[in-house]
Design a protein. Sequence first.
Lengths: 109, 111
Amino acid sequence: AQRVTQPEKLLSVFKGAPVELKCNYSYSGSPELFWYVQYSRQRLQLLLRHISRESIKGFTADLNKGETSFHLKKPFAQEEDSAMYYCALAGNTGNQFYFGTGTSLTVIP
Amino acid sequence: DAGVTQSPTHLIKTRGQQVTLRCSPISGHKSVSWYQQVLGQGPQFIFQYYEKEERGRGNFPDRFSARQFPNYSSELNVNALLLGDSALYLCASSLIGVEAFFGQGTRLTVV
């Protein structure tokens, strides 16, 4: 069965410091992983997906199949990065996501 | 582009009642999925519909049902409401295999 684990519910970092949000998954097939973000009073939106290998707003995430991880990283945190971050695993048919419990990131000025 | 729209935004129901939540996808999106988000948890997958057919179902009781209409809008129906059904219900639409776009959600409170 598919499962996504985000071990940190809360994470605080200072502005300019590096940030890493952890995500581990379990899935029997070939995983397709995503990071979604929810800013205050906004709807859930896609931040990045591992297939595209893009860097969005300075964030990157590398799929490590050996460690079954998909950690989200940014070298220098900004105040506008404060938000709720969800790691998600896509099911077989697309538009069918299995989410972690989320990590609330606070960037301290 | 109005994005994914859900109605109503909030509602309060009594235990044992039935509720219907509505979702209008982005124009051109044929896939709609529903999620339940309990406070402090991530969204949990309930249903996926594509071209009016159910494509996936999460681990929810039969009290939960959904359907998709010819215009690709969708309804989620929950019967015999329990206190534990209180949650934010999210709808997402997409072209298959591409990014999912989420609505603002419907906040359901069962008293």
